[in-house]
Design a protein around this ligand. Structure first.
Ligand SMILES: Nc1nc2c(ncn2[C@@H]2O[C@H](COP(=O)(O)OP(=O)(O)OP(=O)(O)O)[C@@H](O)[C@H]2O)c(=O)[nH]1
Ligand SMILES: [Mg+2]
Length: 264
């Protein structure tokens, strides 16, 4: 359970709100000992206020990151998914496929261990690992600190792998240009309907592990239909970090984004 974002309540996250609005609405579980409805309302309002303050603070740091990235023409992506969908495998494959064509750096987010950052370094890119402890998402302040540590190059690519969690990272802006959601074919077609906030917040979905489709009952067309029902503007690339299927479309998308960021 997340000790930071309060996801012990029911979380409803939308796109990043205007300043002063709450992005997240929490319905508290009915655990209050008070029978007085006024008292219960007061507690709920206080929790909502705390959450708004927390998100407003995060948004301030995200704005600083975004400005910093814009000034240096850096294209930054926030990769979000359930644990084990293949985020790090896709990053490793991407680094190898780019073979130095684009300067890039990686920020890794996990509750514990340095494993993913080590995999990225072995693949040949600079990486900083953030361990969130009990937290279940990256926040913009820690990402800003990691950016400073990485000494990012102008006109480069910054790939941020968020903590594996299909809920909470949707509500936290890190200053990225886009959220990229990874759904793997072993997770079931209905995940976009069950966890719509993440698919709403993303601009691109990578449907990963497509090499496994011949062995599964997973209906890829249906999964994509569900994702685009939740977010009609969502772009989709079918991909496999193992076989390399879809890598050329993904690399073309990355290069187009980098070109736009460096021209801006
Ligand atoms: N068959 C197949 N396996 C894959 C593919 N991509 C990743 N995997 C496997 O999926 C498992 C998890 O991959 P990771 O890259 O560690 O996934 P992750 O999303 O980074 O995981 P967390 O960081 O723990 O959330 C590993 O055993 C990978 O080898 C793929 O395209 N096809
Ligand atoms: Mg990983």
């Amino acid at each position: 359970m997340c000790a930071i974002c309060g996801c012990s309540g029911t979380l409803i996250a939308k796109k990043r709100p205007a300043r002063g609005e709450g992005a997240l609405t929490f319905r508290l579980p009915q655990t209050s000992k008070s029978d007085d409805p006024e008292q219960v309302d007061k507690v709920q309002l206080r929790v909502i206020q705390v959450e708004r303050d927390l998100l407003a603070k995060n948004n301030d740091y995200a704005d600083i990151n975004r400005q910093n990235l814009r000034e240096r023409g850096i294209f930054a992506l926030n990769l979000v998914s359930s644990p084990g969908s293949g985020k790090t495998s896709l990053l490793v494959k991407t680094i190898v496929a780019l073979n130095g064509e684009l300067p890039l750096a990686v920020i890794e987010g996990d509750q514990q261990t340095e494993h993913d950052a080590e995999r990225i370094r072995v693949a040949g890119a600079k990486a900083v690992q953030i361990n969130t402890g009990r937290g279940c998402h990256l926040d913009a302040q820690r990402v800003g600190q990691a950016m400073a540590q990485l000494d990012l190059q102008h006109d480069s690519l910054l790939l941020i792998e968020n903590v594996g969690n299909l809920v909470c990272p949707a509500g936290f802006d890190l200053g990225e240009a886009h959220k990229v959601v990874i759904l793997s074919v072993t997770e079931g077609e209905d995940k976009p309907l069950k966890y719509p906030d993440m698919f709403c917040a993303a601009d691109l979905m990578l449907l990963n592990k497509c090499d496994l489709l011949p062995y599964l009952d997973f209906d890829a067309d249906l999964a994509i239909e569900y994702a685009q029902r939740v977010n009609p503007k969502l772009q989709v690339i079918r991909i496999s970090a193992k076989s390399g299927e879809g890598m050329s479309a993904w690399l073309a998308w990355l290069k187009a984004g980098c070109a736009t960021a460096s021209d801006a």
